[in-house]
Write a protein that binds this ligand. Sequence first.
Ligand code: AHR
Length: 521
Amino acid sequence: MIRTCIAFLFALMLVPRDAQTQSTTNTLVVHADAGKDTISRFIYGQFAEHLGHGIYGGVWVGENSSIPNTRGIRNDVVAALRKIKVPAIRWPGGCFADEYHWKDGIGPRADRPKMVNSNWGGVTEDNSFGTHEFMDLCDQLGCEPVICGNVGSGTVKEMSEWVQYLTSDGDNPMTELRKKNGREKPWKVRFWGVGNENWGCGGIMSADFYSNEMARYSFALKNYGPEPLCKIASGGLQEDYNWTETIMKKWHGEDGWLQGYLGGYSLHYYTVSDWDKKGSATDFGEKDWFVTLSHTLRMDEIVQKHSAIMDKYDPQKRIGLVVDEWGDWFNVEPGTNPGFLYQQNTLRDAMVAAINLNIFHSHCDRVKMANIAQMVNVLQSMILTKGDQLVLTPTYYVFKMYTVHQDAVMLPVDLRSDSCTDGVNSLPALSASASRDKEGRIHISIANLDPAKAQNIRCELKGDAGSKVSGEIITAAAINAYNDFGKPEDVNIKPFSGASLAKGILTVALPAKSIVTLEVK
Ligand code: AHR
């Protein structure tokens, strides 16, 4: 007996660590016959702020740039973003939104006033990327704009005129001004953020004060187009449930005045282990991997608790929870401007993206939009640029692999997962979600959070036996692997052959630190 055990241990030592598997206690039941809520494509939204090289250099290079562009917007960035089917972009901030005056960003570029971007590095903002340029970007991407208006230092008049400028075709001064600036027809702009983080950089307001402001602004923003505007109230900080309660109470009201005037309520939650010591984006070990993932998993509880308050006032779920800033936040890359929030992006970021998207899927009855921070060159980006070069990050590839879930019907899952630990933090080894697309195909995304061990999963497809399975995988040799300029993009989507299907049971062997999406037909 002892000999057998020693032989087993010895054999185990010969197997590479990331190929060692747990015994199959992991089970996943996909309720293929019970889908009812749709995973809104807007969960895959992006956030692009006038911050560092998020816009200037990353998106906007100007018409005279040697970098190939269409009317000043980088062609390579547009081509890459089209492949991940960006459904919406939130702009112009962030904190920048509450110091932005939109009229400074229209008309001939040479005449536009300059300003100091006081939130982000104190650099000069020359307003060359303004309303028309942003709308052009959305048109080139085929996505919808989400405009965050200025409540902190703006006025109701200013924001309501912006709505008129963009969406009205009537006889009024703003329509006239738009036409004078070369745009005859109004644009379609449904989504309007009523301020940003108004408890902080958006005006240091109390929940009560903001709820009154939000009411004033919401009433003043008029519907000019065929579709009503979806106004998004600015939310509290992370788990500030009192803020949510105050806004929802105001919206519900005794008299119901505000019902119909609000379509969304915003939540910001960043994955940060310690705001004073955020840590390096690339130079980290297993301990940091566990700490980061345990923070990101908190998104589930935070969404649940905000949703529970919203359910009290809005059981019909007319107001969407809009997670319009999320993602991880590490130290800036050494030698870069601390105000520019430029960070690299590793397999750990890919894991963070997959976990959060799985969480949003599972709450898609309430979470109607999410915008990862941020699209290019800032925080957890899809794309990094350097001059005319471009790198697609591991996060980008998760968004690409997950496009199959956009506007698909969420299939509830029951996951029983082993845990993994570094001796201090313990995490569920797996995170999963599933959906059925319009063609009837089932997609199951599973992430193995364990940095060292493979996991076997027995997955039952309830109500649909399927006949064929195929898959794709994102993984790397090291937890801190990343894609860099001038090198092949090693953290990428590859074919996956570790799943087999027999009589409605999928057997999956998921390598350590990997994210897989299976397709069952
Ligand atoms: O995404 C960077 C900043 O984080 C945003 O401007 C602000 O809203 C948040 O605090």
